[in-house]
Unconditional design. Structure first.
Length: 371
């Protein structure tokens, strides 16, 4: 048996295992083994009962943080998405939700120190080679926990953590619109599918839900149970990846990105807590497919990407969210309305995206590996 120091952290609507870089083996394959075994993968039953994972993509994640040697940067961090079934760790993108937990973890682990008050930290994400700015309140050397911010999908309220992504366009591709077009047509299985291919903090393929015979307000369980649609969405996602230049062929597409989003105009929807949302509560209804499963809320980076896409004339999000005003978009997710913002400068360049999250270090100690 082997014990590895770790922390268990909720960031936004995700949870994951957090490690300081020097707690882990230097060899990448050994690190990946640690991640998979600690979370309980591979697991053909899809539950990760023999580990700390939760059997779905938003609960099968890892973060590795370290003091940064870069000028003006406090912390470097790397995100890993661990496939529940295979145990493979994918480093292709960043996680906006878990990014909100990096500073709270780093304060607990002694990787960074800060005086009390509202403080800004500068982070460097190694997955995307992009800067992330985090603003939170420090109390007695730790991130504040108590507060009044409520996140759809998370019980209760907590202290707000502001995430800002400067210059987020082209996180893994040629730019905000990797093809230069607000709408592209992907030919899949003999049919043409109009999509918006966009990359702001997260490469994303957006398709109107009606193109696949869906309303867009279906529950995650309903979408996941529709195997023909899920298989078609994966093929469209992979075709979009190749069209964005993220891979040579659709067969080579990464597991974690691009994400694919089903989008629809505002409409009432039954939420996961059993309440009915009003159409007026959102500007755009979305269902995000992540690692072959429908997300129960929205990835943080995905929310910011859609905020930017909705301001691109002629794009699918812009057409469906025609009632949106200003820089903020309200996204109708299975858990409720989530807001994100995107700011374009006077020259029309995407300057930054932002959103509010909450986070909490749930546990710190040692995780036992089975071998």
């Amino acid at each position: 048996m082997q014990w590895i120091e770790a922390a268990f952290v909720r960031g936004g609507t995700s949870k994951g295992l957090f490690f300081a870089q020097d707690w882990l083996p230097e060899d990448e394959s050994d690190r990946n083994r640690v991640f998979a075994e600690a979370l309980g993968s591979p697991d053909r039953f899809g539950r990760q009962l023999d580990g700390l994972g939760g059997g779905i993509s938003s609960l099968s994640k890892v973060m590795v943080a370290s003091r940064s040697q870069r000028e003006g940067v406090d912390l470097d961090y790397t995100f890993g998405q661990v496939a529940v079934d295979t145990g493979e760790t994918d480093y292709a993108g960043n996680c906006g939700n878990l990014s909100s937990g990096v500073v709270p973890f780093a304060l607990e682990a002694g990787l960074v120190q800060a005086p009390d008050g509202r403080r800004e930290f500068t982070l460097y994400n190694t997955n995307t080679a992009k800067i992330v700015r985090v603003v939170l309140t420090v109390i007695e050397g730790r991130a504040a926990v108590g507060g009044k911010l409520s996140l759809p999908g998370v019980h209760g309220t907590a202290a707000p953590i502001e995430l800002s992504y400067p210059d987020p366009a082209g996180s893994r591709s040629a730019g905000l619109l990797p093809t230069g077009n607000p709408v592209d047509t992907l030919r899949v299985e003999g049919h043409d599918y109009p999509v918006t291919l966009v990359d702001a903090a997260l490469p994303t393929v957006v398709i109107e839900a009606s193109r696949l015979g869906l309303e867009g307000t279906e529950s995650p369980e309903q979408i996941d149970a529709n195997k023909p649609v899920m298989e078609l969405l994966e093929k469209i996602r992979r075709a979009g990846s190749a069209a964005m230049g993220l891979c040579a062929t659709s067969e080579d597409a990464a597991l974690v990105m691009p994400k694919i989003v089903l989008a629809a105009a505002p409409a009432p929807a039954m939420l996961l807590d059993g309440t009915l949302s009003d159409a007026a509560e959102s500007d755009l209804v979305i269902r995000v497919i992540s690692m072959g499963q429908t997300h129960k809320a929205v990835p943080g980076t995905g929310a910011m990407c859609l905020a930017a896409a909705a301001q691109v004339p002629g794009s699918i999000p812009a057409a469906l969210a025609s009632g949106r005003q200003g820089e903020v978009i309200r996204l109708g997710t299975p858990s409720g309305s989530v807001s994100a913002a995107a700011h374009f400068d006077n020259a029309g360049k995407l300057a930054h995206t932002s959103l509010l999250r909450t986070a909490r270090v749930l546990m710190k100690g040692f995780v036992q590996l089975p071998r």
